[in-house]
Write a protein of this length. Structure first.
Length: 162
């Protein structure tokens, strides 16, 4: 099953919506991340694997391709960890895609599955509202900052297990 999860990159003071596509293939297990990721985004492979495993969820034993679109926008930092992990869980049919439909999601994962602070949450929240999103999933510690933007339901996330 192909999964789509929406996130946001911060470029200067502006946010750019990023479509995270996750698909499984056949063969030996590995994760490939494409779409102009920086080194921190590439390192999310290890954080996502450990977070899923330590949240007592099943990590798929097959090739995983993660596409961060649009490919022309450079993706920087660990804020894509949570949406990538959710994409893996949706593609593996462990959670329903309806749980994140119409939502924008950001968050860095620690190895134990807890969700860490990300920078640029105010710009991300403003972009979410401007682009018509109704819900924004953010690290619990960033929820107060995101809530400064009116007409947007902010959902604080403390761990992947939630």
């Amino acid at each position: 099953m192909l999964a789509h999860v929406l996130s946001c990159a911060v470029i200067g003071l502006d946010g750019v919506i990023i479509d995270i596509e996750v698909d499984f293939g056949q063969g030996l297990p590995h994760m490939a991340i494409v779409g102009l990721p920086d080194e921190a985004v590439k390192e999310s492979r290890e954080r996502v694997y450990s977070a899923i495993k330590n949240a007592n969820l099943a990590y798929p034993r097959k090739p995983i391709t993660v596409n961060l679109a649009p490919a022309s926008v450079r993706k920087e930092g660990p804020s894509f960890d949570l949406p990538i992990a959710l994409g893996v869980l949706i593609a593996g049919e462990q959670i329903s895609p309806e749980e994140v439909d119409g939502s924008l999601i950001v968050g860095e994962l620690s190895l134990d599955g807890s969700v860490r602070h990300v920078r640029g949450v105010l710009a991300i929240a403003a972009t979410a509202r401007q682009e018509g999103f109704k819900r924004l999933y953010v690290p619990a510690m960033d929820a107060a900052e995101a809530a400064l933007i009116p007409d947007l339901e902010v959902i604080p996330i403390g761990s992947l297990a939630e």
